[in-house]
Design a protein. Structure first.
Length: 418
C-alpha cells in the first residue's frame, strides 16, 4: 500500500506536530497541507512506553493505548472528583476501610497510588466514595486499579437503586450484578504493569438520586462477596486516578487536586488547498475509530469548500455506531449508512467522478456506488469536522489521505483492506 499512497496529494499520519499544528507527511514542502490544531488547556495521553503523561496546551496527542499510535480527538469534559489521586483527603467517605499511600509505580510512572484496605474483622461495603446529587445526563465513573492481596474491585452506587459492577484485576474481565435501569454500560481497559482502568456508565434519570459512588473491595466476581468478608487490616487493592464525568463513555484521564478540572476539546481544521484537492474527481481515505456508540452528536471528517454546500464526508451519529458516507453538492445529497458496527479501526474511502459515478468502500469491500449528479465545486479544505466548525470528530485516526484522481477497484481494495 505504501506505493499506492505515493499517488496521494495529501497524507497525514501520527508523526510530526508542533504547537498549534498537525503536520502532513505529504506534501512536506507545503504548509497549507497542515492542520491548525487547538486545545485550550492540558490533556493527557498514553505514550509509547504505555504510561499516562500530560500534553501541553495546543499540542496534539498521539495516543498509544492498545497498541500503535493514533491521533486522539476528544470533546470537552470535566472530572467532577476534586481529588483524583489523593484518597487521604476528608473529601472522601471511607466505610469499613482505610487507605494508605503506596510506593508502587502508578500508570503515570510515579508513586501516587493508594492501597484500599478493608478493616480488620468481618464486614461489608468496604469502600471509598463520594456523594453526588441533582445530576442530569449520562455520567461515567472510572478508577484505575491493580490487584494486591485481593483480585477484585467493585464500582457501585448506593440508593435509588443500587448498581454494581465487579472487575477482575487478574484477567481483565467484569461482571454486572445489577438489574437497575440506571446501568448503561461497563468497560475495563488494560494499561499494562497490572493496572486496569475500570469504568461504569450510569443514567441518573433512572434513579431517585445518584446517592453515593463507591470504589469497593470484593473477594469474588459475582458481587455477593462485597456484603461480608473477613479483612486483616493489611490486605487490599491498589487504586489511582478516580474520574466522574458527565459523559456516556470514559474519556482520557483528567487529573485533579482540590477542585474539578475541565479538559478542552481537540480541534483540527483548515488543511489542504485547491491545488491539492480536486473537485472533479478523486478519493478521500481515512483509517479511523470513532468513539464507540455514545458520542456527543455527530462525529465527522470531511473535505469541503469551507461550508456545508460542497463536501465529501465520513461521520457517525450519537446512539448509532454505524458509519455514514456522504457526498453533497448543490444538486444532490447522497447518504449511505454502512452495515458495520465495528468499534475498532475501519479503513474507509469515498471515490467520486463528478457528473458520473461514486463508490463507498469499507475494509476492502465496495459497499455502495452509483451515478453522481451535479458537480462538487471549490473543495479546498480538510477538517476533522463537517465544515470548519460543526460536528467535530471524536475518536482516533491513523491516516487521512486525498487523491486528486479516482483509483481503480483493485487499488481501492488494496488501500482499504485491513
Amino acid at each position: 500500500m505504501s506505493n499506492l499512497l505515493e499517488k496521494a496529494s495529501i497524507i497525514t499520519t501520527p508523526t510530526a506536530y508542533s504547537d498549534g499544528f498537525i503536520h502532513s507527511v505529504k506534501p512536506s514542502e507545503n504548509p497549507y497541507a497542515d492542520f491548525t490544531f487547538t486545545r485550550n488547556n492540558i490533556g493527557t495521553r498514553v505514550n509509547s512506553s504505555g504510561n499516562i503523561e500530560s500534553v501541553g496546551v495546543d499540542l496534539p496527542r498521539i495516543d498509544y493505548l492498545g497498541g500503535n499510535g493514533s491521533w486522539l480527538f476528544e470533546p470537552q469534559s470535566q472530572n467532577l472528583i476534586d481529588y483524583s489521586e489523593d484518597f487521604s483527603q476528608g473529601y472522601f467517605t471511607l466505610t469499613n476501610a482505610s487507605v494508605s499511600s503506596s510506593t508502587i509505580t502508578d500508570p503515570t510512572e510515579n508513586q501516587n497510588s493508594f492501597k484500599l484496605i478493608p478493616d480488620n474483622g468481618t464486614g461489608g461495603n468496604r469502600s471509598i466514595g463520594r456523594s453526588f446529587i441533582n445530576l442530569t445526563g449520562l455520567h461515567t465513573f472510572t478508577c484505575f486499579a491493580k490487584k494486591a492481596e485481593y483480585n477484585y474491585l467493585t464500582l457501585r452506587t448506593r440508593n435509588g437503586p443500587n448498581t454494581a459492577v465487579m472487575f477482575n484485576l487478574d484477567n481483565g474481565t467484569f461482571n454486572v450484578n445489577s438489574t437497575s435501569a440506571a446501568f448503561v454500560s461497563a468497560e475495563i481497559d488494560d494499561y499494562g504493569n497490572g493496572w486496569y482502568r475500570c469504568s461504569v456508565t450510569l443514567d441518573p434519570s433512572q434513579m431517585a438520586n445518584v446517592g453515593q459512588l463507591f470504589v469497593s473491595l470484593s473477594v469474588g466476581i459475582t458481587g455477593n462477596e462485597t456484603n461480608s468478608f473477613s479483612g486483616d487490616g493489611l490486605s487490599g487493592v491498589y487504586i489511582f486516578g478516580m474520574q466522574f464525568e458527565e459523559k456516556s463513555y470514559q474519556t482520557s484521564y483528567i487529573p485533579t487536586n482540590g477542585s474539578p478540572v475541565t479538559r478542552a476539546a481537540d480541534s483540527a481544521i483548515n488543511a489542504g488547498s485547491s491545488d491539492l484537492i480536486s473537485s472533479t474527481e478523486g478519493v478521500f481515505y481515512a483509517e479511523l475509530k470513532n468513539i464507540a456508540e455514545y458520542i456527543d452528536g455527530q462525529s465527522s471528517i470531511s473535505i469541503n469548500d469551507g461550508s456545508a454546500t460542497n463536501r465529501i464526508m465520513f461521520f457517525k451519529s450519537s446512539g448509532n455506531n454505524r458509519l455514514v458516507f456522504q457526498i453533497k453538492n448543490a444538486s444532490e445529497t447522497i447518504n449511505f449508512t454502512s452495515a458495520t458496527t465495528n468499534v475498532g479501526f475501519d479503513k474507509v474511502a469515498i471515490k467520486w467522478v463528478s457528473t458520473d459515478t461514486y463508490a463507498f468502500w469499507v475494509n476492502g469491500v465496495e459497499v455502495a456506488g452509483g451515478d453522481l449528479n451535479g458537480t462538487q465545486v471549490g473543495m479546498n479544505n480538510i477538517d476533522f469536522s463537517a465544515d470548519d466548525i460543526s460536528n467535530p470528530f471524536q475518536g482516533n485516526v491513523k491516516c487521512v489521505a486525498v487523491f486528486k484522481e479516482a483509483l481503480t477497484d483493485a487499488e481501492l481494495t488494496c488501500l482499504t483492506t485491513i
